[in-house]
Design a protein around this ligand. Sequence first.
Ligand SMILES: *[C@@H]1O[C@H](CO)[C@@H](O)[C@H](O)[C@H]1NC(C)=O
Length: 411
Amino acid sequence: MAFGTAFSLGLVALVAFLAGPIGHFIRITGIFLTPNPTILAEGQVPLYIEDTTHCEDLHHYRPANLLFTACEDDRNTRFKWFPPLGSFVPVSAQGSIHVIDPRTLKSTRLSFEDFKGPFITHGIDVIEDPERPDAVYIFAVNHIPNPDYTASEKPKGINKSNSQIELFHHVLDSGSARHIRSINHPLIKTPNDIYAESPVSFYVTNDHFYRDGPMRLVEDVWRKATWSDIIHVQIADLSKDGPIDVSVALTGLFNNNGLGHGRTEKEIVISSAMGGELYLGTLEGNRSISVHTTVSFDTLTDNPSYYEDPYGAEGYDASGFVVAGISQAVKAVSQATDPDATAAVQVWYMGLNKGTGVWEKRLLFEDDGSRIRSASAAVLIPVENEGGRKLARLFVTGFMSERILVVPVEL
Ligand SMILES: *[C@@H]1O[C@H](CO)[C@@H](O)[C@H](O)[C@H]1NC(C)=O
């Protein structure tokens, strides 16, 4: 643990020596940050959603006003086996997909049909079934340990993780999710988050080029290591093992990580976690993505989401992007394997100032890790308009947070 911290600090120092401009990177590491927990208004308390342990990603499915997430469910597995954080002590675990009613704050685990294997959860996406408005398709990253790696006699040179994507079909309110198929391919190496375009077309980020080892650490801290990429997958049909066509949609970003839907069908929002940046891009229609806007944050930026203000027509439009992240990345190495660690967080909002054309940022919520331990995704859900005030509920979850946190915010 101490070694991890010292090692991280050493790397930061090395990077400070090698790269510039360095101020932004130093702020992302949070080395000099003292968390300043947000004080809620009088009479307001944080709310929690029971049975939402270690849910890395969170999506608001607006047509049915439901939240979807994928959770580890077990308090211990994340700290042993989680390839995205370089934790490789194999576990046998099956997390689950949860549906949360944002009004009652009740979380329901979906039971699986036709799916028995391990499920090590990470990013997801949820889209409507184009043939059934009362159903959705759910794409989910699954970091399965390679059975050869868990064997006592390990062959040389194997990958520790057989990370892949699972596709499920869920009829709303049914309580279950049917497994359609798994998707694996040599180009899908370190999958992190998913953007689904249709049930047979999706994009997935590889957050690192190197799966583990010292070069992976270099990729964490060296801005010029722009080796991560976004992969496009086209599925021929929805049979168990129909052919897939896989290609690189975008490369050249540093540590690309979270993906979110944007303001139009063609807009995609991408985060660079250690780069502390959000990128707005366009799906070009030829399976490639182009980036046209970059917005910089002073904290690590994980999964982004888009908030659509339903009262936007009435004067000020509070629509914007929300992004959550841990605010002391320098401690991440030691926290990754410590079940009792806390991790300070910040949640940011960015809205377009239509007058100036500038994306304006605002810190929505900050914590020292005592109210929520880590943050990797956040979504806003509107509260009925009260006398022109833009009130919303902010839902925050983390890759190692015990329960999803809900706090009131004014936009
Ligand atoms: C895809 O389309 C965009 C915009 O027309 C173009 O810039 C890009 O080169 C195309 N990419 C490929 C791989 O064809």
